[in-house]
Design a protein around this ligand. Sequence first.
Ligand code: PMP
Length: 362
Amino acid sequence: MTSLADLPLRADLVGRSAYGAPQLHVSVTLNVNENTHPVPEVVRAAVLDRIAAALDDVNRYPDREFTALREALAGYLGHDLTPAQLWAANGSNEVLQHVFQAFGGPGRTLLTFPPTYSMYPNYAVTSGTAVVEGRRDDDYRLSPETVVAEILRTTPDIVILCAPNNPTGTPVGLDTVRAAYDATDGVLLVDEAYGEFMPADAPSALTLLPGRPRLAVSRTMSKAFAFAGARLGYLAADPAFTDALRLVRLPYHLSAITQAAALGALAHAPLMLRMVDEIRDQRERTAAGLEALGYRVWPSWTNFVLFGGVDDPHALWQGLLDRGVLIRDLGIDGTLRVSAGTAAETDLFLDAMAALTPVVAR
Ligand code: PMP
């Protein structure tokens, strides 16, 4: 049988492994921070209507500039953003890949702050960008002083701040974002994939866009919006920044079906987002339940919780899986991460944790 080693693979890809969060069919899936609530019936109907209309023209290429979608995304985000400031692609994964294709590349460097989203180094490697890792403060926080010191030490071309951070849930203050922008000559990408789960009064980095043409803020419909399967991510930045991304995207990268589905969902944004409060409540229940069992829980502004004090993370992960509950082992010493699900899923997770936690640890 032919293996990868038999193929003339690019040297910098040899030995690398593909993104691979397990996709297992179990009753409680809390491993990839999805929104586990179904899309409301009225939104399903609206999406289907839009897709049906899009099919009338599906013999033609879609609107390359996804004009209606940009308008809808600008309207959804607010902050006086104009459609020219919006960019979208098949998931924020593809949006971030565009950023690397435009602003990274051979001879250029990404600064990232692990533990953070595992795909950042992957976009770097596949675009020929070098990766340097910055250190965090205690409890995974990022103070302005630390971020500035790491930028001055590494002089990166791309800096990514995941705010709030996956997989730790840690918020990033706007003072840190401002200081990072002032310290770098490169682009600063603030990944707000979990932005809608922040406290309602916590300001978004979107408020910092005016006058900062090297700043971009990315978002996704995969998390709060319960639309992960539709694949729609986006970013907001200066119009010149989105213009740069046009240089690297493939022609017609957003299908007419994707654009139609996203427009259908955005037309019902309040309904799609009505579960956010409930998910935050389940996150707090999950955190309190884990603490009651004797685990350490880091404060989270997202739809998941990182917990520590786990003697054997893999054994606990497997024990949960044997009970039909899938969570995530990210290889961070003594920790596991669990997404906030429905109330029933939270019950099942906490019951399984109670059964698997030695009494002595409580
Ligand atoms: N950024 C972060 C921080 C994430 O956690 C994820 C998904 N887990 C993404 C980006 C990518 O999400 P998507 O491509 O579904 O928009």
